[in-house]
Design a protein around this ligand. Sequence first.
Ligand SMILES: Cc1cc2nc3c(=O)[nH]c(=O)nc-3n(C[C@H](O)[C@H](O)[C@H](O)COP(=O)(O)OP(=O)(O)OC[C@H]3O[C@@H](n4cnc5c(N)ncnc54)[C@H](O)[C@@H]3O)c2cc1C
Length: 426
Amino acid sequence: MSTTLPDPDVFRSEARAWLEQHGELRAAATGDGSDPDWGTGSDNVAVFHNRSEAEEAEILGRAQAWQRKKFDAGYGMLSWPVELGGRGLPMLYVRIWNSEESRFVIPDAGELPPTSMGLIAPTVAAYGTDAQKQRWVPPIMRQDEYGCQLFSEPAAGSDLASVVTKAVRDGDEWVLNGQKVWTSGARFSQWGLAITRTDFDVPKHRGLTAFMVPLDAPGVEVRPIRQMSGGACFNEVFLSDVRLSDADYRLGNVGDGWRVALTCLGFERDHSGGGSPVGGSLKRVLGAARHFGLTSDPHIRQTLADLYAHEKMAQFTNRRAAAALKAGQTPGPEGSLSKLMWTANMKRVSDAISSILGPRLIADTGEWGTYAWGEHVLGAPGYRIAGGSDEVQRNIVGERVLQLPAEPRVDKDVSFSEAQRLARKA
Ligand SMILES: Cc1cc2nc3c(=O)[nH]c(=O)nc-3n(C[C@H](O)[C@H](O)[C@H](O)COP(=O)(O)OP(=O)(O)OC[C@H]3O[C@@H](n4cnc5c(N)ncnc54)[C@H](O)[C@@H]3O)c2cc1C
């Protein structure tokens, strides 16, 4: 922590001066600063982008270039501890920076940079040894390297504690074998934070251990998965006799993998539903309704008003959560509420635009702002599963907010191998 904090107004004017010198002011003064008006600019509203590997690399390159400039000027890790290369400033300065930066073009490279910097880096900071923190945090925060989440497996998603990727100790090393799936960004990541099973003879949550896996290690194979909306944002990752040194790559204590996973998922929940625009917006839906002369249609009017009201509710919920955080409270179940509202509103956008466009949604006539919406409508349901499905979020709200009885957890007090045996018998 800095001993003397910069005056916030001075900090703001210095940040503004730096941004004016190094950044590119957003071109369109569109009022909300985000979407172009109907018929202008790109009509891409994809939730998951359909890009070639070369395009993806180019877009990541632009995000990296911007982050590196920021990082080298001291704006890349404002609230991080000084010993890790940060400035140790309170969140107030992050908010000042964000509000200034939002007037400039911030290259958007999708999920990987926020996952890497917002989930993986802070988890390493929470559990790593000093050497591990120095090894991973600064390069990840400068986007010199990326990290992804090697959590889900074919038979362990919502019930993540049931992972069966095995890590077996062999002297100073561990040998990993198993399969991960739905790994976002693995093709462009250097590192994967993997949750593995190191003990089958204790209850499932207690037999897990976390590792940072170098994705170029012998025995690691990354295979892209093609989505129905095009693109291949996710991957299967196969681990076959991958050897990792205990001292360098184990993150946290042996048997502490569940705590590492929960910490990482906590950061993920804070990042989901925070209002970051994904896919098509209300403004674009409204633009389409005006363009096609449907603003007097009673059904469309109801749909638009409903969407507006729900977006406002989501914004107020997010602001309440942000205010609670600012007041020093730890993130609570409102993260689940925000995520549920965010995904429900993405679906409302899909429903509204489908009513407005009708057959234009599925017939590619080349008309601006019509067929392109297919990539929102087909992609939006994915976020109702990612980062904890709607049902799992509702379980959290039910148990933690409404104090409903917890779900029965029959495998809580038996060893994982016994629980698996009983499940096979059932
Ligand atoms: C866009 C996207 C990105 C992803 N990125 C990653 C990533 O980078 N790394 C990674 O490790 N994983 C990633 N995932 C995987 C994601 O975490 C899992 O898909 C998710 O946890 C659900 O697991 P599952 O697919 O195995 O479904 P299951 O857990 O098998 O669930 C199937 C259905 O059962 C319901 N269900 C399950 N348990 C309960 C319960 N207790 N109560 C009520 N209903 C229940 C679920 O809601 C769902 O509808 C991603 C997924 C998506 C869609």
